[in-house]
Design a protein around this ligand. Sequence first.
Ligand code: SF4
Length: 462
Amino acid sequence: MKNTSISCGQKQNDVRLMLSEKLFLTYGRKPLCYIHSYGCAQNVSDGEAIMGLLSDCGYGFTDSTDNADLVILNTCAVRENAEERVFGNIGELKRLKENNKNMVIAVCGCMTQQQHIADRIEESYKQVDIVFGTYGAENLPKMILDVLSERKRVFCLDRTGDTISENAYRLRTDNIKASVPIMYGCNNFCSYCIVPYVRGRERSRETEPVVQEVESLVKNGCKEVTLLGQNVNSYSYGFVKLLQRLNDIDGDFRIRFVSSHPKDAGHELIDAILSLPKVAKHLHLPVQSGCNEILSAMNRRYTKEQYLEIVDYAREKCPDFSFSSDIIVGFPGETYEQFCETKEFLKRVKFDNIFSYVYSKRQGTKAALLPDSISDKQKGLWLRELILEQREIATQWLSRFVGKTLVVLPDGKGRTDKGYLVGKSDENIIVEFEGDEKLIGQFVRVKIIKAMNWALLGEIDK
Ligand code: SF4
């Protein structure tokens, strides 16, 4: 693999200026960029930072690859089938490129941070001009300049540059809700997970820039800020202290955060959630399995009993406390009996929502080396069983809100009936209610009249 070195000495502002000129000479108009970010909220946030950088260079944006001069696929590496989908999408771009010789195609993100993926693109997808990983996005203007000036391909996978988008200006398209990264990378090395390999070790943003960013968002009308990190509880400058600082910001807004790791989430966090009025009363706490042997094989470093202790503490203080979680079904070596322990665990905790997946083998992780005798088809059946179980639990458990009034932030029209709006409550539950579109983006008190298996139905509490 030939890496084209990026000149670090060249001032980035000069490069942006040079690119702006080159773009005008090449296209004779404002060039358009299409960017698609796959996967998690962190990746979407990285995509917003890339958009911020490109808008500084003179790019506009389009929702279609058909009229795009620059196409960026910002990829995710967490699941194998998502990776194959990206290769399919890259393949489809070949035809567009044949009709537009000045089109530039870039692939970046977690997937391309893996050398074998970058090699595959270099060998088999010649239409791709630029490949970079989770580092070095600040060099994108120079990469585009090199492609347009010299028609050479640029591959930049080193980890020495500033990490993608830390403290970068983000071009956000949603005025109501915004994500704010507070840390990058992960130190935990759960045995199934590729993230520490592609995003590196934990790095926290300092508190002041985070506070300033949230202040500015709130001043501009943002109503919900979600703090992002692979494990926000290990934020270097104290996560609870950060929540307190953000809670002190003037304005009518709420604070969410993802994700927490059960080994680091304790009573102090629950107390903060319950005592700070702007922090949403919900905790997304990925458990992954309800079986201790599997948790140990996953290197999660907590037991189901320790997890339950957090749940019980929260529910003792606030019986309606809302938890959601992530579950992996069919981890290598998992037996049906162990899977059933997870189903029992769901009944015990009563999550309002779970995100469940069949285990996906990731090259380079420890779990990828474990023997795995259960077929994908069988795992698919287990997953279905788990989803049905959870649906029943959630329908019953959500009914605790019937007759109560929740504060909802509607962000769009309801999916079914005309005249209905949809949004999430403080407890992170989807709520539909009849209301005027003018209410979108405002907090509304909604009295709950019915629990469905995934959401609540309510009416405005007058
Ligand atoms: S905590 Fe575990 S699952 Fe989450 S990103 Fe880190 S290694 Fe992956």
